[in-house]
Write a protein that binds this ligand. Structure first.
Ligand code: FE2
Length: 384
């Protein structure tokens, strides 16, 4: 006689296969058809946040080739696919992602705040910028339907949120906080829908990995307003109530992990800014989770140079108001540049503060009340 096994909540489905998921975010891809790389475009990029937008096609091509050759079980992109919400940029990026999908790798996307109805969608020519078509919520849904929703177990009708079953015992739940109706917030209807999905998962003993664009936990004391989902407390409470332990996010552009009461929110660094990060998530047979940061191999030097240039300019401005010697200014700049780069790219450790003890003392003595001084202190508090 055949024995019958009744699965109850929490029972693992056997045999589970290990899973590898790649995640990237904030690609900020700009179609080469929308720029002549001329004067105004260069000014905009140089005044920006250290993105190397002029190389975004090469970066996305190199990344997609790496995904295709390494064949993870899925690729999750947590929003801000486009530079500033240009329809043409999304159409081109989706063609590149279609090649990944065609290679048999599910591509799961979410919109970011720059993707939907963004007001700065421009084409750059010489010293002029011309409006170009931006992306409505409906257009995003149409273009990106094949990246997640088309093969999803459930799709929310009020947003681009969905449940994707990567294995019998493992789901990915994406939550969209960038709808036209509630920008920066998960709609209450969507939260109810998500709770229903999580209840089903819990009943069936399915492990759930969540993904959002904005963060569900503040990643930094200095960077929380505008970076977390505005109703993030409701979202994180929902996750905890149903045993969701990990959320993948982006939006802050830096590589960082926040943890609170058993929930971890891992923000992968922007693929447009040093160190051109992406993440490799691994789940073993028992669904133990690990996250490893990685970098696109192309254009690393260019990204690093732009980042340091940006930090140098910010620090120079800060130091110009202080009564310090040239030698002190050099020490303080080198320290701030090194620490900021390491922090931003997820590589900061306590030892780097002791290595630069003289410079840190100078910052405390002369620059403690400046924005940059406070920023450095917040990093130190986190690591020391
Ligand atoms: Fe964003």
């Amino acid at each position: 006689m055949l024995a019958t096994t009744i699965l109850t909540a929490g029972d693992p489905v056997w045999p589970a296969k290990p899973l590898t998921i790649w995640t990237a975010t904030d690609l900020h891809y700009l179609s080469p058809q929308l720029t002549d790389y001329g004067a105004l475009f260069t000014d905009v990029i140089m005044a920006g946040d250290a993105k190397i937008t002029e190389y975004s096609p090469q970066i996305l091509d190199a990344f997609c080739s790496a995904v295709i050759s390494r064949k993870p079980d899925a690729l999750i992109l947590t929003g801000d696919i486009t530079f500033n919400g240009e329809l043409l940029s999304l159409q081109e990026a989706s063609e590149k992602l279609a090649a990944v999908k065609k290679a048999g790798i599910p591509v799961l996307v979410l919109p970011g705040n720059h993707d939907i109805n963004y007001y700065k969608a421009y084409r750059y020519s010489g010293d002029q910028a011309y409006n170009t078509k931006n992306i409505s919520q409906e257009q995003f849904r149409e273009i990106c339907w094949e990246f997640g929703p088309s093969k999803a177990v459930m799709v929310d009708k009020n947003s681009f949120s969905y449940v994707y079953a990567l294995a019998e015992d493992f789901w990915i739940l994406t939550l969209d906080a960038n709808t036209e109706a509630a920008s920066g917030r998960i709609r209450s209807e969507t939260l109810l829908w998500a709770e229903e999905q999580l209840r089903t998962a819990q009943k069936r003993g399915i492990v759930v990995l969540a993904a959002t664009h904005q963060n569900v936990l503040p990643q930094s004391k200095m960077m929380s307003f505008g970076y977390v989902i505005s109703n993030h407390k409701e979202v994180s409470a929902l996750f905890r109530n149903y045993g969701v332990k990990w959320n993948l996010s982006g939006h802050v552009h830096m590589q960082h992990k926040a943890e609170e009461d058993g929930l971890a929110d891992i923000a992968t660094g922007s693929m447009a800014v040093a160190a051109l990060r992406y993440g490799i998530v691994r789940l073993n047979e028992k669904r133990a989770f690990s996250y490893e940061m990685a970098s696109v191999s192309e254009k690393q030097e260019e990204a690093q140079e732009r980042f340091h240039k940006k930090t140098h300019a910010q620090v120079k401005k800060t130091l110009s108001g202080l009564n310090i010697t040239e030698r002190e200014a050099v020490l303080m700049t080198e320290f701030a540049s090194d620490i900021n780069y390491r922090y931003f790219t997820g590589n900061l450790e306590k030892k780097y503060f002791s290595k630069h003890s003289e410079a840190w003392a100078l910052w405390q003595k002369h620059g403690a009340d400046t924005f940059f001084g406070k920023y450095l202190r917040s990093m130190r508090e986190e690591f020391c």
